[in-house]
Design a protein around this ligand. Structure first.
Ligand code: 6R9
Length: 655
């Protein structure tokens, strides 16, 4: 961050009634947390959550790093998101506004959403699903999707939502790892005017082996698409729930009861099932929605994420509902029927808080610059008051455009840094409190002890980059990796820092003057493509699993103007190195193969073929050289340890 960068002072007139008005109010919260850490979180937990049995213990560190929060308290997440609001008189308030891919709008009130959730909950119970069971949800954006998650929470079943873009193989892996008793899916999903199968992919996943735990597949009818129903296993959701009572006593669970598992990529091995708790997670979902988005009674909140990602969990299914908010659930893509979809929806539904990803903004900038009709200026966006960004660093140019053209120069942008593992926001401005600097996620959320250290765990001075850590456990943190506590310890509490600090996996730097944080990117082999996390190893394994063609593969990321990072694969085939048309054809086969193994989001943008990969004499692939080649840079690094320097010229050619 340099001094020439513009700063944006908080608009205190617009934010006079903000939950956190002014930096002094932010400082006071931070001070409270520093002085009495447990007291700060306990106060928030009593204020924002209804407990069946109030907790008497706040934080238990005796089995660190397996921390426990509010452990003797009991609660139910769905009770907190639904019944509690109805008891507060919000029964007739719109909870969800669903806009389908084709533009049809369905609204559902808190009372209706509770009735629907209870019917699904009773339906699940009638199938023998209950507390402690896992349910995989493989569905697209819908009211049913949100209600299915809430229904699991209601009966104490742990949900694991799998993004609808993942392949049968990826779905299978997740079903097997969770040992799910049931899968909830739909006939299809609709994106950009096209129907894409869901149920057929579930069928395929279940034939791949290892999914014997699944007794039932519940199918929501989205679009009357043709599906095959397997007798004794598959049932239509409607047939199961239509005659169920619309009330269902919540299953009161301990605060530490696993609310959900969500799989995410690490730097090695298979995706890890991040386990979240009920009490601590719900608390941070509610608190961050309140403070970061300043959510108020008459706001219309729109988070564009999919419920298959953590952002959709925290800022669609749990956070806004825990506060009794009204929110948009959106099906489809930002560019259909045209690239004005987001702006039209903000206008039509009078959205006041809008939360999206930099990659979406960058692609919409391109479209708007080419066509006035889809430029935000062609829409009435005056309802907006706060904008948010998530998933990857937002480059200052996209930030400025978002601020000027979408926010009309008046809306603060909250650039929220967080992760699947953190459950909610970690470093973010608070609107009307924090002075904004484009490209910086600014300051830690109150109560989050984020810091930057060197390899030995020592604090580095501001202005000097280092490793991002969190020094104290916080309520919504990952509890463990499902079925692999050792991997949890190794990944997040490594011995390097004496097991004391949570390791985020990102690098960061604090501004010398302001102390503001800027995230400099992952320090491990995790890529971030359009805000989606993927391990280079996962993609490499998918490539080499094409055993008839591929001998060896190495995957790196390179910067991309639209998607942030792009996947670049270097491949050695079991046959002579192809060129020209043949290279193109084989690249297509490999891309499709990766699409089948993981999902379309993992398809490499760039595939280059070589007779070999650049390796050290001890046989290690030199990835830093591959990163330079992928960027098209000249190699300036030391290549003296390289066994086969000539290979660099070959891989540098774009075949
Ligand atoms: C919520 C979510 C986490 C990784 C994280 C970091 C990157 C997320 C960011 C950001 C810079 C931001 N990331 N938000 N980088 N600025 N505001 O995205 O979770 O999918 O687990 O990804 O995304 O690299 O470590 P997840």
């Amino acid at each position: 961050m340099s001094e020439e960068l513009k700063t944006y002072a908080p608009d205190m007139v617009a934010g006079a009634n903000a939950h956190v008005a002014g930096i002094a109010a932010y400082d006071a919260l931070c001070k409270e947390a520093e002085t009495d850490y447990e007291g700060f979180w306990a106060r928030q937990a009593r204020d924002l959550i209804s407990w069946k049995t109030p907790f008497t213990k706040v934080l238990n560190e005796s089995e660190a790093p397996f921390f426990k929060w509010f452990e003797d308290g009991t609660l139910n997440a769905s009770y907190n998101c639904l019944d509690r609001n109805i008891e507060r008189g919000l029964g007739d308030k719109t909870a969800l506004i669903f806009e389908a891919d084709g533009g049809e709008v369905t609204k559902i009130t808190y009372s209706e959403l509770l009735a629907k959730t209870c019917q699904i909950a009773n339906g699940l119970k009638s199938l023998g699903i209950g507390k402690g069971d896992r349910v995989v949800i493989y569905i697209s954006m819908s009211i049913d999707g949100v209600a299915a998650m809430q229904a699991c929470a209601r009966i104490g079943a742990t949900h694991s939502v799998v993004f609808g873009g993942f392949s049968a193989q990826s779905l299978r892996d997740r079903i097997e790892d969770t040992g799910a008793k049931a899968v909830i899916t739909a006939d299809c999903q609709v994106r950009g005017g096209k129907q894409l199968p869901l149920k057929a992919i579930v069928d395929e996943a279940l034939t791949l082996g290892g999914c014997e735990s699944v007794q039932t597949v519940l199918v929501v009818n989205r679009a009357n698409a043709a599906v095959t129903m397997k007798a004794g296993r598959d049932v239509w959701m409607n047939d199961v729930v239509a005659s169920q009572p619309t009330t269902c006593e919540p299953e009161w669970v301990d605060a530490e009861h696993p609310l959900f598992l969500l799989y995410t990529s690490g730097s090695t091995g298979k995706p890890k099932g991040v386990q979240h708790s009920t009490g601590g997670y719900l608390l941070h979902a509610a608190l961050t929605t309140k403070l970061t988005f300043d959510l108020k009674a008459d706001d219309v909140f729109w988070c564009t994420a999919d419920i298959g990602w953590v952002t959709g969990h925290t800022y669609i299914t749990y956070g806004p509902l825990a506060l009794g908010g009204t929110e948009i659930v959106f099906e489809g893509v930002p560019t259909f029927p045209d690239a004005g979809r987001f702006w039209k929806m903000i206008q039509d539904h009078k959205v006041s808080i809008f939360y999206t990803a930099p990659t979406a903004i960058r692609s919409l900038i391109k479209a708007a610059e080419a066509n006035d009709a889809v430029h935000p200026k062609s829409y009435d966006l005056s309802s907006l008051r706060i904008l948010g960004s998530v998933g990857e660093p937002i480059n200052p140019a996209a930030w400025e455009w978002y601020h000027k053209h979408v926010g009309g120069g008046r809306c603060p942008i909250v650039d929220t840094f967080w992760q699947t593992e953190t459950g909610g926001h970690m470093i973010t401005p608070l609107p009307y409190a924090t002075t904004l600097v484009p490209g910086s996620c600014t300051l830690p959320f109150p109560g989050i002890m984020a810091a930057i250290v060197d390899e030995t765990g020592k604090d580095v001075p501001n202005g000097q980059g280092g490793i991002l850590v969190v020094k104290r456990p916080w309520p919504s943190m990952i509890r463990t990796i499902w079925g692999d506590p050792e991997r949890f310890k190794k990944s997040y509490y490594p011995d390097d820092f004496k097991g004391k600090y949570y390791l985020a996996g990102d690098g960061a730097i604090r501004d010398a003057k302001t102390g503001y944080f800027t995230i400099t990117g992952r320090i491990d082999d995790v890529l971030n493509v359009s805000g989606h996390r993927m391990g280079t190893m996962e993609i490499e394994s998918a490539l080499v699993s094409c055993t008839e063609l591929v001998a060896e593969a190495a995957v790196v990321g390179r910067p991309d103007d639209t998607t942030g990072e792009a996947i670049c694969a270097f491949v050695v085939l079991k046959r002579p190195r192809p060129t020209g048309e043949e290279a193109k054809q084989i690249a297509k086969i490999l891309r499709d193969h990766v699409g089948k193994e993981i999902g379309p989001i993992a398809k490499p943008k760039d595939i280059r073929f070589g007779d070999n990969l650049p390796k050290t004499r001890s046989g290690k692939i030199m990835r830093r050289l591959l990163r330079s080649l992928a960027k098209g840079e000249a190699i300036t690094q030391d290549t003296s340890t390289l066994e086969n320097p000539a290979i660099l010229d070959q891989l540098g050619e774009n075949n």
